[in-house]
Design a protein around this ligand. Structure first.
Ligand SMILES: CC(C)(COP(=O)(O)OP(=O)(O)OC[C@H]1O[C@@H](n2cnc3c(N)ncnc32)[C@H](O)[C@@H]1OP(=O)(O)O)[C@@H](O)C(=O)NCCC(=O)NCCS
Length: 149
């Protein structure tokens, strides 16, 4: 277990989260892709995990509707996985969401993102459904967690 420093990333630090995104996901995205996704969103929260000042993970969420916070995207650099980094990011997001009055956290992942499925179950999320995602031509698994339990 590595003890990460979890910080809130403002606009200045957003490129560091995007850099991790581009090491984990394809296709690669520019910072503007994220800024566009955030437009019109309420309470965007970008978290960065750092080990000895080095950014190794990111976690991004925003309000989906009153009472429900949505975990949109997150990832940890491959060399730093299974050290509890994502767990620390998810717990920081949960605490923040609870402090800001949210009752539920929702997250989604593709059926083939097995690491995240294991991770979400381990963190106490329930599977509440699947939905078709036209962009990826695949089903997304929908997870929810009650923050007040
Ligand atoms: C999913 C992901 C964020 C997990 O990050 P991580 O820092 O390795 O996760 P943690 O170390 O905090 O894992 C906590 C627990 O989740 C479970 N878990 C995490 N990864 C797992 C895996 N590959 N297989 C099985 N269980 C896993 C385990 O129970 C783990 O505890 P343990 O290591 O003590 O057994 C990381 O694998 C990742 O970035 N994957 C690619 C991107 C992705 O799929 N993102 C999700 C869609 S947005």
């Amino acid at each position: 277990m590595a003890q990460a420093e979890i910080i809130i990333a403002d606009d200045r630090l957003l490129p560091q989260a995007v850099q991790i995104y581009n090491s984990v996901f394809r296709p690669k995205r520019e910072v503007d892709f994220f800024k566009r996704r955030f437009m019109g969103r309420y309470k965007v929260l970008t978290l960065l995990a750092r080990l000895s000042e080095r950014p190794v993970g990111f976690w991004i969420g925003f309000e989906l509707k009153p009472g429900m916070f949505y975990h949109w995207l997150g990832g940890v650099l491959p060399d730093f996985r299974r050290q509890g980094i994502a767990k620390q990011l998810a717990e920081a997001q949960q605490s923040w969401a609870k402090e800001h009055g949210y009752e539920y956290l929702r997250g989604e992942c593709m059926n083939n993102q097995r690491e995240f499925i294991h991770f979400a179950i381990e963190l106490g999320y329930d599977i509440v459904g699947i939905r078709w995602d036209s962009t990826h031509a695949d089903n997304l698994i929908v997870f929810e967690k009650n923050l007040l339990d």
